[in-house]
Design a protein around this ligand. Structure first.
Ligand SMILES: CC(C)(COP(=O)(O)OP(=O)(O)OC[C@H]1O[C@@H](n2cnc3c(N)ncnc32)[C@H](O)[C@@H]1OP(=O)(O)O)[C@@H](O)C(=O)NCCC(=O)NCCS
Length: 139
């Protein structure tokens, strides 16, 4: 393989989004699975909560806390060994809050890569000060 071919082969599959920001990647482990052998939904919710906070923390230049999970949809099961990519888009910037849409894609079967959208969610974060009180989002 030439260097150019190796570089091309290491690129993310074409079906991963290119119009949204990749905020986190993680691979679930056997300890994150439920009694069906799939990944536990609560583990995915925790990862989405972390990934969703990335843009609000950047935009508010400080601490944020989750005030609401407005929507959470598990579209497809997640399996051990899936590489999960979390993409975020800002949907609304309020006075002290930022609402974000998070979409999670799984890359599976490295021999013949398949990309599947597994989860989508909508969460609201509030920028907080040292006392945990809401603070203005800087403009
Ligand atoms: C988040 C928190 C600081 C907000 O304090 P508050 O006194 O209720 O603040 P406000 O009523 O002024 O609301 C602040 C912002 O949150 C928004 N908000 C409040 N409740 C909301 C809800 N259910 N859904 C969406 N947005 C909501 C408000 O619209 C406001 O946004 P804006 O300023 O952009 O218009 C407070 O509720 C808190 O500490 N909650 C616990 C957070 C936490 O610990 N999360 C981790 C999980 S346990």
């Amino acid at each position: 393989m030439t260097h150019a071919e190796m570089h091309a082969a290491s690129q993310a599959p074409a079906s991963l989004p290119s119009d949204k920001e990749l905020v986190m990647r993680v691979m679930p482990m056997p300890a994150d699975s439920n009694m069906n052998g799939d990944i536990f939904g609560g583990w995915i919710m925790a990862q989405v909560d972390i990934a969703g906070s990335v843009l609000p923390a950047r935009l508010s230049r400080g601490r944020v806390t989750t005030v609401a999970v407005n929507q959470f949809i598990f579209k497809q099961p997640v399996s051990i060994g899936d590489l999960l990519s979390f993409y975020a888009t800002v949907e609304r910037i309020g006075n002290t809050s930022i609402t974000v849409r998070v979409e999670v894609y799984a890359e599976r079967n490295p021999a013949d890569v398949q990309v599947v959208k597994v989860t989508e969610a909508n969460l609201t974060y509030v920028a907080i000060d040292r006392e945990g009180k809401p603070r203005q989002i800087p403009r």
